[in-house]
Design a protein around this ligand. Structure first.
Ligand code: AHG
Ligand code: MN
Ligand code: MN
Length: 336
């Protein structure tokens, strides 16, 4: 079988479904090329001097790792000159960045989490990059650039993530299913390795940081207790548990073999609205998961329907196998 490289995939996708217009294709190629550079930097590890703290903080109040800053710089530089974007926004930058004056502007907005799972960098566990693409709204020219980004997740035209793990993979949707590519390190190209990923509708595996149990709301407590009581409990089956603490890796496992991922609202994060960020973590993952036949909810509403009010807004996240996400939502509604 001849390998199908990302470019060929995108061109054929456009011919078949009208999916990736040339400027969207350029955008995806530029983002994924930047991800290859990030993958190379991560792969060098201690030899590349990229581990450890940057000694700075971001707008989220989080200490930045050197790789958070480096990955952000790589994505910013890669995306400013191509003429495909009007503005970019990142977890690591307080405000959106307009494309510099000397370059032409395009019809898309790009949001990213340049390095997801940064607590895992120094222990050599998988990390990743998450991105989301929106169209520039009609009124952006004169308005506040931040406002232009505040569109619900249903408006995304593309979303993807990479996992820098034992191999580097790219998972991508342009609204026509979810497709997986693996980086051929010798050639330096992403090669299609799985078309149309589908998440199993049922599962016996959950993913949650159980050290937060004493902060959880009653519906989450009840749901996890019922899972833990196994065949003797109301669920009538045993559950397995996994938590990598890199959303990209946890979501990728769920995409591959099913499961439910939860970072619910709890008393620790209530004041901020949750832990994970809506615009560049929850929305792109929700788009991918729904495109793969799964579901993504806050426990109380569909994530993709949320009208954002702030660029760095946080949100509770429950996503994965459709029937299990619906079960978690039922626990929440029962308590309402
Ligand atoms: P980031 O490294 O981009 O700040 O994101 C970390 C997120 C997410 O990847 C992961 O699921 C979660 O934080 C882990 O949180 P805990 O450390 O609370 O388990
Ligand atoms: Mn993240
Ligand atoms: Mn991050």
């Amino acid at each position: 079988m001849k390998p199908v490289f990302l470019t060929q995939f995108l061109i054929e996708e456009q011919r078949a479904n009208g999916g990736a217009a040339p400027d969207l294709r350029l955008l995806i190629e530029v983002v994924t090329r930047a991800c290859k550079r990030i993958s190379i930097a991560i792969g060098k590890g201690a030899l590349g001097g990229v581990l450890g703290e940057a000694g700075t903080g971001n707008i989220q109040g989080e200490a930045q790792k050197k790789l958070d800053v480096l990955s952000n710089d790589i994505l910013m530089q890669a995306n400013e000159w191509g003429g495909h974007l009007a503005a970019l926004a990142s977890e690591e930058m307080e405000h959106p960045q307009m494309i510099p004056e000397q370059y032409p502007k395009g019809g898309y907005l790009l949001l990213f989490d340049p390095l997801d799972g940064s607590s895992n960098i120094d222990v050599n566990i998988s990390v990743g990059t998450i991105f989301s693409v929106l169209r520039v709204p009609e009124d952006m020219k004169h308005g506040d650039p931040e406002k232009a980004f505040l569109q619900p997740g249903v408006k995304q035209v593309a979303a993807g993530y990479t996992v820098y793990g034992p191999s580097t993979i790219l998972v991508l949707t342009i609204g026509t299913g979810v497709h997986q590519f693996t980086l051929d390190r010798e050639i330096g190209s992403f090669v299609l390795t799985q078309r149309n990923l589908r998440i199993p509708e049922q599962t016996q595996e959950f993913s949650i940081n159980a050290s937060n149990a004493h902060y959880w709301e009653p519906p989450v407590k009840r749901y996890i207790d019922d899972c833990l009581s196994g065949t003797d409990g109301p669920r009538g089956k045993n559950f397995n548990m996994r938590w990598v603490a890199s959303m990209v890796a946890d979501v990728h496992r769920i995409l591959t073999r099913g499961g439910v991922f939860m970072y619910p609202l709890d008393s620790k994060t209530r004041a901020q609205g949750g832990k994970l960020r809506l615009m560049y973590e929850a929305n792109p993952m929700a788009f991918i998961v729904e495109q793969a036949g799964g579901a993504a909810s806050t426990g109380r509403e569909r994530i993709l329907d949320i009208q954002p009010t702030k660029l760095h807004q946080r949100v509770p996240v429950v996503l994965g196998s459709r029937e299990e996400v619906e079960t978690v939502a039922r626990y929440h509604h029962a308590e309402a």
